[in-house]
Design a protein around this ligand. Structure first.
Ligand code: GDP
Ligand code: MG
Length: 594
């Protein structure tokens, strides 16, 4: 155990974590040359296509240092703010962290937030100045930023390049030298923390764990403490490029367990594995996830509801930050109200449901969660517009506020402040990190930043601003429910909760946007936006060719159906509501109003 090192790699997105991980795997010959490909650990298709890490990935390396064999367990983590829950779980399984900073960019918002997570978990930090090969690298300046941030010595910072391989050996040596060996007693009762899991249709559920105390042998009877279920450890082993089975694994180790579990509900990330005889205590698991954005997910085919539920349960195994409960919509039928960490997370969940589970789903208008205080003194947590009570039952509404940290070049401070003020933000603090880099702190409504704020921020700062945020509480705001009607029928899945000052403008632009997005049909479609009984905007989608359906009004119903049927063919991700077909984009129209 004294030669085990468990570490993760943390950084702001694109600072080179996955590339550096490739070099470590290569240098330690964990991966044969012919198996090597770029960003090797990003093995999900979606990750490779988008060039981002979504999941944490664990892999074991062997390394010979000063004549001794070391076992290095590496966990690569995502950098995007939406996936910080993945990072926090990886951190709990490690004793040390490589903090990677791009030497041409400097410290960014997620560098700081991930660093604080690591420090909060008492990890030993090894600072790495990466991309040192770039001609516009600024090693001196960025070193100063790092020293300022973590209070280390200049000599502690390793200069490296994931591209050319500079500094890789030095990093591996530092891991052996500086990161403490795991503590823990191999003789004590077994305590292994489940930090991830994945559904495998052939082998059942694979559980990834880190043993804190005790020893686990193949074939032993184990119990998952929180669920109370018992299993046999059919197969245990370590995570190399492929899984490698082992007979025994002791305290300090990271590995996988397969025990024929088929039901996704039986595995909870954060649970503790122990022995049935001589059980240990539960380890303090992970903080509960705090979803930021909520939206409905509905099957396109109503008959696929049960299948969708099973798919979501399986996906949840591999994405512990996804939360959901059943929901019914007057327009869409049976589905699920889901909580996400952000819009990117929501997009990824939708894509994974489609790719990994072959589901076709519709996601409805996203919303944050409001606290509605009723005139009867009750508190209602409302995360779907349809749950919003009638105006005369509402005493007041509170909305979630965040503290946003924006780091940018000083030349963009003006436009950033203007943007944030427009989003109802309040500037709280402005600190110069160096003469050219500023950290701005705002308090803002979450609803204003979760949707498209980040894209706007990137545009006005030409990519030079980064953002991190955390919830700070709820504040009273004048929110109203904006309803949308198609041909006079309210479509609950299109409603939104918006600030009163912006409601008219929203209603108008939403109707215009829907007019563009709703496909023309054989009949005219009236689009209306309303607050309570009051119509505030109206648009019309003109009928396609002549109004055929009007002719069969009250008459030949089968002919009418045939006409509608004809239009339905060859369409994906569309939902029929009443006699109007609504494409997926229409549900997300509110996000694209300017
Ligand atoms: P991650 O988001 O932190 O995992 O970053 P990636 O490893 O995916 O790298 C982001 C981008 O930076 C990719 O285009 C890499 O090719 C590039 N990159 C990574 N490391 C280096 C480096 O040391 N030097 C240079 N020049 N480019 C690098
Ligand atoms: Mg990556």
């Amino acid at each position: 155990m004294k030669n085990i090192r468990n570490f993760c790699i943390i950084a702001h997105i694109d600072h080179g974590k996955s590339t550096l991980a490739d070099r470590l795997l290569e240098f330690t010959s964990t991966v044969a040359e012919r198996e090597m490909q770029n960003q090797l650990l990003d093995n999900m298709d979606l990750e490779r296509e988008r060039g981002i890490t979504i999941k944490s990935h664990a892999i074991q390396m062997n390394y010979n240092y000063k004549g001794e064999e070391y076992v290095l367990n590496l966990i690569d983590t995502p950098g995007h703010v939406d996936f910080s829950y993945e990072v926090s779980r990886s951190i709990a399984a490690c004793e040390g962290a490589l903090l990677i900073v791009d030497s041409s960019q400097g410290i960014e918002a997620q560098t700081i937030s991930n660093l604080y997570l690591a420090i909060g978990n008492d990890l030993e930090i090894i600072p790495v100045l990466n991309k040192i090969d770039l001609p516009h690298a600024m090693p001196e300046e960025v070193s100063d930023q790092i020293i300022e941030l973590i209070g280390c010595e200049k000599e502690d910072i390793i200069h490296a390049s994931g591209k050319t391989g500079i500094g890789i050996e030095e990093i591996l040596n530092a891991i052996c030298d500086r990161i403490p060996a795991p503590k823990g007693d191999p003789e004590a009762p077994l305590q292994a923390l489940i930090f991830d899991s994945v559904f495998n249709s052939y082998r059942g559920i694979e559980v990834y764990f880190r043993i804190f105390n005790g020893t686990l042998k193949k074939g032993e009877k184990v119990k998952f403490i929180n669920t109370g279920k018992t299993y046999e450890a059919d197969e245990i082993g370590v995570l190399k490029l492929n899984q490698e089975a082992r007979q025994v694994m002791g305290a300090g180790n990271v590995g996988y367990l397969i025990s024929g579990i088929k039901n996704a509900k039986e595995v909870k990330v954060g649970d503790t594995i122990t022995h049935v005889d001589k059980p240990g205590e539960s380890i303090q698991g992970f903080e509960d996830v705090k979803p930021m954005v909520f939206a409905g997910i509905y099957p396109v085919e109503t008959s696929e509801y049960e299948e969708l539920r099973a798919s979501m349960e399986k996906l949840q195994l591999n994405d512990a930050s996804l939360v959901w409960e059943p929901e019914t919509s007057a327009a869409l039928g049976f589905g699920f109200r889901c909580g996400f960490l952000g819009m990117l997370h929501m997009e990824i969940v939708q894509e994974r449901l489609e790719r990994e589970f072959d589901m076709t789903v519709i996601t409805t208008v996203p919303s944050v969660q409001f606290h509605v205080h009723t005139t009867k003194g009750q508190l209602m947590k409302v995360s779907a517009p349809s749950e919003m009570p009638e105006p005369n039952y509402i005493d007041h509404v509170e909305e979630p506020f965040i503290k946003a940290q924006i780091i940018s070049k000083s030349e963009f401070v003006g436009p950033i402040i203007t943007l944030c003020m427009d989003k109802r933000g309040i500037l709280k603090n402005q600190t110069y990190l160096t003469s050219d880099r500023v950290e701005l702190t705002f308090e803002m409504p979450l609803a204003e930043i979760v949707f498209d704020f980040f894209d706007k921020l990137k545009t006005i700062s030409r990519g030079y601003a980064s953002l991190d945020y955390e919830l700070i509480g709820f504040r009273q705001s004048n929110m109203v429910k904006l309803d949308v009607m198609l041909n006079g029928e309210p479509v609950d899945a299109l409603s939104a909760i918006v600030h009163r000052d912006k409601a008219y403008d929203w209603g108008k632009r939403l109707c215009e946007k829907l007019r563009e997005l709703l496909p023309r049909q054989m009949f005219e479609i009236a689009i209306q936006a309303a607050i309570g009984q009051k119509i505030i905007a109206r648009e019309t989608v003109k009928a396609l060719r002549k109004n055929v359906l009007a002719k069969c009004y009250g008459g030949d119903i089968s002919r009418k159906r045939k006409l509608l049927e004809k239009q339905k063919k060859g369409k994906k991700r569309m939902r029929q509501v009443g006699n109007v077909e609504i494409p997926q984009e229409a549900f997300l129209a509110v996000l694209k109003l300017d």
